[in-house]
Write a protein that binds this ligand. Structure first.
Ligand SMILES: [Zn+2]
Length: 106
């Protein structure tokens, strides 16, 4: 549980940093983008890509915040949908998930 929380906090920090790079790109604030991303952006040469990455990152962040809030409330390993325990192996692979595998498949 503690591990998962710190993992989520690390992930949150990463995504927050990434988001600020996207925002810098959108506002043309210098070349702060990382290499992979620059290549990707050059290939498509399209700000829509950054837009959609930004949207995706924001929704991932929201999910992480949500998972962290559930951990703080002591229900981090319970399925949000059915209330059953989420398989620890699933939490290891998807630390930000808040539903069990059965509910995720529905
Ligand atoms: Zn469930």
């Amino acid at each position: 549980m503690t591990n998962r929380k710190s993992e989520l906090e690390t992930l949150r920090a990463d995504l927050t940093a990434r988001l600020s790079r996207y925002e810098a790109h959108q506002h043309r604030e210098g070349g702060a983008l990382d290499k992979d991303f620059e290549e990707q952006a050059t290939q498509t040469q399209n700000d829509e890509v950054v837009d959609s990455l930004e949207t995706e990152t924001r929704s991932e962040l929201a999910q992480i915040e949500h998972a962290l809030a559930r951990i703080d409330n002591g229900v981090g390993d319970e399925c949000e949908s059915c209330g059953e325990a989420i398989d620890p192996r699933r939490l290891q692979v998807l630390p930000y998930t808040t539903v069990c595998v059965d509910c995720a498949e529905d």
